[in-house]
Design a protein around this ligand. Structure first.
Ligand SMILES: Cc1cc2nc3c(=O)[nH]c(=O)nc-3n(C[C@H](O)[C@H](O)[C@H](O)COP(=O)(O)O)c2cc1C
Length: 334
């Protein structure tokens, strides 16, 4: 069976990718993911705050003022530097590249333009095969318009695009006023892949301690519906490859995303729950689903249930929405 697919310029052996999480920060797990069939891995994100913490600690250690010290810092012995996140991240990336035969995608989440550029360059130099730019920050400032938020996403991408030659994927959330238009603008600004979607985590309130509770809930299969709809809507309408992320818990979810039009399908929560070996179950399950339907390649599947295909049968998003609302059976006693 031919499961090969293309993503970010790579010919992948199958469409399954382990998406960014701390699980992928361990070399042993990365090896296990490859052994169990992952076609590529995304490392956990390198955050701008890690770089800043490194700088702050270094400045404290050397008693140098915060600005204008770049040259002077080179006079200090390197062994005095704190072992911060950025250095550790770059070492992990280098080790992963040496150990794995599949593409290693580094993930970056910054705020300031200078940091996007600097970190992207460092990741390219450390040997990343591609970069995934995580553009997920909650637009909490009520002074900033939607247009400004979108422009800052495009600006971040354009900055990285101008700095490195690596293939670039952009991981975004669903909360934009016109996602299709933004997706096209991201493609025009140089995105080779769109990862739909980033999953945002909202704190809860602990009513006993009156503190915020910052625990993460892993995703549920029903959360796949939102990216499923958007992949279906964007398939065939944007130049970038489409990566599905959120709610992939079993082989059926992988199959559905391919039907909607995904080029690759990513999973995190299921791997965190069941371990790296679960990648094999997703893969074998997908092969079984395809074989049972007499399908022998992804080309026979991809986009078969995309919006463009369904539109011919009168299945517009509005018609489906009305049908779902009006077709819901009344609950007993309702
Ligand atoms: C514990 C945890 C850590 C994560 N860390 C990152 C990260 O560093 N960067 C990132 O882009 N996404 C991160 N994610 C999001 C996942 O990559 C993924 O997009 C999200 O969990 C939805 O996929 P899922 O339903 O398969 O879990 C993290 C998710 C979890 C659960």
């Amino acid at each position: 069976m031919n499961l090969t697919t293309r993503y970010l310029g790579f010919q992948l052996r199958n469409p399954l990718i382990a998406s960014a999480s701390p699980l992928n920060g361990e070399l042993g797990t990365l090896r296990a993911l490859e052994d169990h069939g992952a076609a590529a891995v995304v490392l956990p994100s390198l955050f701008e705050e890690q770089l800043r913490a490194e700088r702050d600690a270094y400045e404290r250690a050397t008693n140098l003022p915060a600005s204008g010290c770049a040259e002077a810092q080179t006079y200090f012995p390197v062994h005095g530097r704190p072992d911060d996140g950025t250095e550790r991240y770059l070492r992990m990336l280098q080790r992963a590249k040496k150990a794995l035969g599949i593409p290693v995608i580094a993930s970056l989440n910054c705020v300031r333009t200078a940091c996007w550029r600097e970190c992207a360059l460092q990741l390219e130099q450390a040997g990343a095969d591609a970069l995934e730019l995580n553009l997920g920050a909650t637009p909490a400032d009520p002074e900033r318009t939607g247009l400004e938020v979108e422009q800052s996403c495009l600006q971040a991408l354009a900055t990285v695009r101008a700095a490195v030659r690596l293939p670039l994927a952009v991981k975004i959330g669903p909360y934009f006023s016109s996602l299709g238009a933004l997706a096209r603008a991201l493609c025009a600004a140089g995105a080779d892949g769109l990862v739909l979607f980033n999953r945002f985590y909202q704190p809860d309130i602990d009513i006993r301690s009156l503190r915020l509770s910052l625990e993460i809930e892993l995703s549920s299969p029903w959360e796949a519906r939102l990216p499923l709809q958007w992949i279906s809507l964007l398939h065939g309408r944007v130049s970038a490859a489409l990566a599905a992320s959120t709610g992939v818990h079993g082989p059926e979810d992988v199959y559905k995303f391919l039907l909607a039009g995904a080029d690759v399908v990513m999973s995190t929560s299921a791997l965190l729950r069941h371990g790296a070996q679960y990648m094999r179950e997703l893969l074998v399950g997908l092969e079984r689903l395809l074989a049972a339907r007499g399908l022998d390649s992804l080309d026979a599947v991809r986009g078969r249930m995309s919006e463009q295909q369904l539109r011919g049968h009168g299945e517009t998003p509005r018609a489906n929405y009305m049908h779902m609302l009006q077709g819901t059976p009344l609950m007993p006693g309702g």
